[in-house]
Ligand binder design. Sequence first.
Ligand code: DAT
Length: 173
Amino acid sequence: MSRARPNILITGTPGTGKTTTSEMVAQELGFTHINVGDWVREKALHSGWNQEFECFNLDEDKVCDALEDPLAEGGNVVDYHGCDFFPERWFDLVIVLQTNNTQLFDRLQKRGYSAKKVSENVECEIMMVVMEEAAESYRSEIVKPLPSDTTDDLERNVATIAGWVRGMMGAAR
Ligand code: DAT
C-alpha cells in the first residue's frame, strides 16, 4: 500500500445503508467520509438532470478529477452506488452492502422515491448489479459483501470494517 492510510469504498444499491455505515466507519477510524452523490450535486459534477432515471447524469471525468487529490492522501471512506469508473488503484477495500427486498422496498418508499424508482432499485438489488460491477472492477480479495438488513448488522459491519482497516494499517507498519 503506497498510502499511509487506506481508502475504503462502500458501495451498494441506494437504500442499503452506505451513507449511514460510511459515517460511522469514518467516525470510528477518524477517516473522511466522501458522499459522492452529495459532491455531484454540490460541486455540479454532472451534465444535467436525467428525467427518465430521476437522477443527475454523472460526469465521470469531473468526479474522478475532484476525488484524485483526497484519494491520493488516503484515509477516506467513499460512498457511492456505482463503482466501475473509479481507478482501481484508489481502493484498498471495497464493501458491497446488501439488503433483502422487503427492507429495501420500505426504506426507499420512506425516502419518497416514485414507485418506478423504488422497483428499479429493488430489481437492481435482486439482480446483484452492484455486486457484479464490484467483482468485475476490483481484485476479488478486496471485495467484501456484507448484509445490511438490521441495526445489529449495521453495528457489526462498522466493527468488522474498522477491524479490517486497522489490520491493514498494522500490516503496513
Ligand atoms: P444509502 O446511502 O445506501 O442510500 P442510507 O444510509 O441513506 O442508505 O440508509 C437508508 C435508510 O435505511 C436510512 O433511514 C437508514 C436506514 N438503514 C441503513 N442501514 C440500515 C441497517 N443495517 N438496518 C436498519 N436500517 C438501516
